[in-house]
Design a protein around this ligand. Structure first.
Ligand code: UT7
Length: 336
């Protein structure tokens, strides 16, 4: 991609200076789903690897979870809320269609010096957010807060066993800063989009395409719908493809990888992708069993857990990789 006015070396002078995450208190187990749809703990564990997920409280919104994750990231980066000059919230479940969830987060935090906006790239949201933020760092922004946050529990059809068992709520955040010779940095990034597959994973109603009339609501079109098998196949293909591309771009061997932080949609997707990339089990971070698929929050929550549990140290090579509705996908390779 051409970057008029910005040298390629400057563009990559960006690092993750802090991480934070938040998951709601309420744990929903597979046994809870056995009571509402025709499913079983054994099926869910075998086909997805998910054992439980978190659901936000009725009065707990996407912006609240985003704010909680952001506070931790700000603390871990050793900065103050006044230092934040941009807030990018990536979400498919914003508080409102407008104003932006970023505006709510700015107000919750008191980040009075920040501009902000929402970015929607489904499960690849945080990866897209990091790429966009990286480009603003190259133009002089100092502390960019990128948050992936979701309240998917409100968008799931609790009568559809194909989807309701898969998703959960939460938020993950990172602070982006300029890198220097004493810090780690982003080595390479790759984004992709194939809009011809938009119908495979979508919420049909609620936007300009299908107004939420009574008939539409009766047909349950306000909820998520997915063609699971096809989505699974594309997820593996594109995650592997963009992961390979970032290693190539960074001129880095896959064997050098310390830890991959993949989007946590399904254990079998992660295992299939890891096998194709030739990764060992200890090179892949997993928490899908605890939280299910939290869309754009997934990579941020996993990254923060990997950092706080001591799985990532200065100088390590870390891969963030995700795939979701759109279809959209992306990868970030970092030296930590
Ligand atoms: O975050 C972005 C991307 N999202 C994903 O990556 C999700 C991708 N897709 C998947 O993870 C998997 O396709 C699923 C977990 C959704 C489904 O697994 P699968 O192995 O592809 O199963 P399937 O859809 O082929 O269904 C197999 C059978 C079907 O029954 P029949 O038609 O063979 O009688 C389904 O009706 O399993 C049935 N089934 C269930 N059974 C028990 C589907 N959902 C359930 C369920 N419990 N919850």
């Amino acid at each position: 991609m051409e970057n008029p006015g910005i040298q390629e070396e400057t563009l990559h002078l960006c690092r993750i200076a802090g991480t934070g995450s938040y998951v709601p208190e309420r744990v929903v187990t597979n046994a809870d789903f056995e009571k509402i749809v025709d499913t079983s703990d054994a099926w869910i564990v075998e086909r997805t690897g998910i054992r439980e997920r978190r659901f936000a409280a009725e009065n707990e919104f996407t912006s609240d979870m985003a704010t909680a994750a952001a506070r931790k990231a700000i603390k871990n980066a050793g900065i103050t809320v006044e230092d934040i000059d941009m807030i990018i919230v990536t979400t498919v479940s914003p508080d409102n269609i407008f104003p932006s969830t970023a505006a709510r987060v700015q107000n919750n935090l008191g980040a009075v010096n920040a501009i902000g906006f929402d970015l929607e790239a489904a499960c690849a949201g945080l990866i897209y957010g990091i790429e966009v933020g990286k480009r603003f760092i190259a133009t002089g922004f100092k502390n960019i807060l990128v948050i992936g946050a979701e309240k998917l529990s409100g968008m799931m059809d609790m009568q559809d066993r194909n989807t309701c068992i898969l998703f959960g709520d939460g938020a993950g955040a990172v602070i982006l800063q300029r890198a220097n010779q004493n810090t780690g940095r982003i080595l390479a990034t790759e984004l992709g989009l194939d809009g011809s597959r938009a119908e495979m994973l979508q919420v049909p109603a609620g936007g300009s395409r299908l107004r939420p009339t009574y008939e539409v609501l009766d047909a349950r079109k306000q909820y998520m719908a997915m063609r699971g098998k096809e989505t699974f196949r594309y997820a593996v293909t594109y995650m592997v493809d963009c992961a390979r591309k970032v290693f190539e771009k960074a001129n880095c061997l896959v064997e050098k990888l310390t830890l991959a932080i993949p989007h946590q949609a399904n254990l079998r997707i992660i295992q299939a992708a890891a096998e194709r990339l030739g990764l060992r089990d200890d090179q892949v971070f997993l928490n899908v069993a605890k939280y299910g698929n939290t869309s754009s929050a997934s990579v941020g929550i996993a990254l923060d857990e990997a950092v706080t549990s001591g799985r990532i140290h200065r100088g390590d090579i870390v891969l963030l990789v995700a795939f979701g509705s759109g279809f959209s996908w992306g990868a970030v390779l970092l030296e930590w």
